[in-house]
Design a protein. Structure first.
Length: 112
């Protein structure tokens, strides 16, 4: 799940974290006209849920900041699955290019 991390913030409460600007694809994200911040990664998460894992919809919440992506909730398996999906994007330049192209085709705008 690298570079994402899972934390249990309270018993039964979990957070999935990604330090923005720390991925293998940051330069590619910028080449594609986006800023690799927490809001961009929230957009990635939302697009992945909508297109590849619609069963995850509504099972956690998002709380990104400029320097960090955060998804949180009580459903650890759902967060772990999101982390696995996002890790694929965060570590593969071609995967991030395809995802941004899909967003463009669908008129989806990242809030970065």
């Amino acid at each position: 799940m690298e570079p994402l991390k899972m934390l249990e913030t309270q018993p039964g409460k979990h957070s999935l974290l990604l330090n923005a600007g720390s991925t293998a694809v940051d330069e590619v994200v910028e080449e594609l006209g986006h800023e690799a911040n927490g809001y961009f990664w929230e957009g990635v998460a939302q697009l992945l849920v909508a297109t590849e894992a619609p069963d995850l919809e509504g099972r956690f919440n998002y709380d990104p900041e400029g320097g960090m992506f955060v998804a949180y909730g009580a459903d650890r398996p759902a967060l772990e699955r999101l982390g696995a999906l996002m890790s694929q994007v965060a570590n593969d330049a071609d995967r991030v290019r395809r995802l941004v192209a899909l967003a463009n085709e669908r008129g989806y705008e990242f809030d970065d």
